[in-house]
Design a protein around this ligand. Structure first.
Ligand SMILES: Nc1nc2c(c(=O)[nH]1)N[C@H]1C(S)=C(S)[C@@H](COP(=O)(O)OP(=O)(O)OC[C@H]3O[C@@H](n4cnc5c(N)ncnc54)[C@H](O)[C@@H]3O)O[C@H]1N2
Ligand code: MOO
Length: 394
């Protein structure tokens, strides 16, 4: 059996890179920008007032000083004249600062009588003026590759960049297999259960910025599975769920190979997730996930997400790990790397007692996977361990 990292390397080698496309900002959320964006203007483009108040000459903002108010500057409407040492302008937040003004005094620190202004408070040291280019300058770059966040989109808009080059979203076909499965909302027969990890994986894929295509459940026979593979044509990644193990009805590997899948690996030294398989299927990469619901989801985090990220142009790297302090004693680990469902809180990670790879209630409570290396000895509470965060602490 190969290791988790060896399996990941195989998958990165199999994964096709997505072509480039250009999208307007409103469609760019969560997309991977694959070329640097260059600011087409500076921000602010002019020295701008940060407050509502009165603009006076630098050094003139002293308690008791009086000025003639000679005009007004507001956002979108500058004051064209020059402001002399005994003069001031009414000015509002965002307005271009007129020539001659070096300080904006807050209106709370002033009293006004007609065209006469007197500083009644004590203006602070700060000038309340934002210098031109204080945020960024024309020509500054937002580096790629990066998955665009809401903040990035606001920055790009501010740079006057209206559309961005991104990688096309990978299309992932999801095939659940098994005579026992029905869809949520349907009425299962006495020996049937509801397809579940299919929906978790769908959400993981969409959250990663790819497109998930849920195909009809395939029955445990070659014809049904072959039909599902046909329906998956055109996808960049074909993911099967279940039928990966050694039972008489576990036919995914055989049927996939019959239709031309070139196997890269089968079985990894990992728990849960041992019967994972992968290979090339035409232009696509095929990933055969184990059916146990938690196994499929853990493999989704550890393999599918890194592969999708790499396909979209992000660095080919494993699921991020952090260090945490162990919150309970744990026994020795066996010959497979164990990803224990755990709760991470305040830097302390505590594995759940029940680690059955079919218990979704435990996975739902977990927000991290505690990584137990192959043949790791027993560990005491308080030792430092590695953790793969699954979601934010809550
Ligand atoms: N003799 C052996 N038996 C098993 C081994 C082994 O090494 N030797 N490995 C075990 C491990 S580990 C796993 S993991 C499972 C994986 O089996 P399959 O990938 O063949 O999955 P199935 O048998 O089809 O299903 C397993 C389990 O999961 C349920 N399932 C399947 N798909 C879904 C779905 N989409 N949603 C919800 N539940 C699903 C299915 O009903 C089964 O209960 O094999 C062990 N056996
Ligand atoms: O690897 Mo299986 O995924 O342990 O349950």
């Amino acid at each position: 059996m190969i290791t988790v990292n060896e399996a990941l390397d195989h998958l990165f080698a199999l994964a096709p890179a997505m072509p480039r496309e250009t999208v307007p900002l409103l469609q760019a959320r969560g997309r991977v920008m694959i070329e640097d964006a260059v600011a087409r203007r500076s921000q602010p483009p002019f020295a701008a007032s940060a407050m509502d108040g009165y603009g006076v000459a630098a050094g003139a903002a002293q308690p008791g000083q009086s000025f003639d108010v000679i005009g007004e500057a507001s956002a979108g409407h500058g004051f064209a004249g020059v402001v002399g040492p005994a003069q001031s302008v009414r000015i509002f937040t965002g307005a271009p600062v007129p020539e001659g003004v070096g300080h904006v005094v807050l209106q709370e620190d002033c009293s006004r009588d007609g065209a006469r202004l007197t500083i009644t408070g004590t203006p602070g040291e700060g000038t309340n003026i934002r210098p031109a280019g204080g945020d960024f300058h024309e020509g500054d770059r937002l580096g790629a590759p990066r998955r665009l966040t809401p903040a990035d989109l606001a920055l790009l808009a501010s740079m006057n960049v209206a559309e961005v080059p991104v990688s096309r979203k990978p299309v992932v076909a999801l095939i659940s297999t098994g005579d026992e499965l029905v869809m949520p909302g349907e009425t299962p027969g006495p020996d049937q259960i509801i397809a579940s990890n299919t929906f978790g994986l769908h959400a993981l894929i969409e959250e990663a910025g790819a497109t998930a295509r849920l195909l009809p459940i395939a029955s445990d026979n070659a014809a049904s599975l072959a039909t599902a593979f046909e329906l998956a044509q055109g996808a960049d990644v074909v993911v099967t769920i279940g039928g990966a193990s050694v039972g008489d009805h576990d036919i995914v590997a055989r049927v996939a190979e019959e239709i031309g899948m070139e196997r890269a690996f089968y079985k990894i030294a990992m728990r849960p997730g041992k019967p994972l398989m992968a290979g090339r299927l035409g232009e696509a990469v095929m990933i055969g996930l184990p059916g146990n619901p938690v196994s499929a989801m853990v493999c989704g985090h550890l393999f599918l997400l890194p592969v999708l990220r790499a396909m979209m142009g992000l660095p080919a790297s494993p699921a991020p790990r952090i260090n945490a302090v162990l919150g309970a004693d744990v026994g020795a680990n066996g010959p497979r790397e164990h990803y224990m469902r755990a709760r991470l809180s305040g830097g302390v990670v505590t594995p759940f007692d029940r680690q059955d790879s079919s218990f979704l209630s435990i996975l739902s409570d977990a927000n991290a996977l505690l990584v137990r290396p192959i043949s790791d000895g027993p560990r005491k509470s308080g030792e430092t361990v590695e953790v793969v965060p699954l979601s934010r602490e809550s």
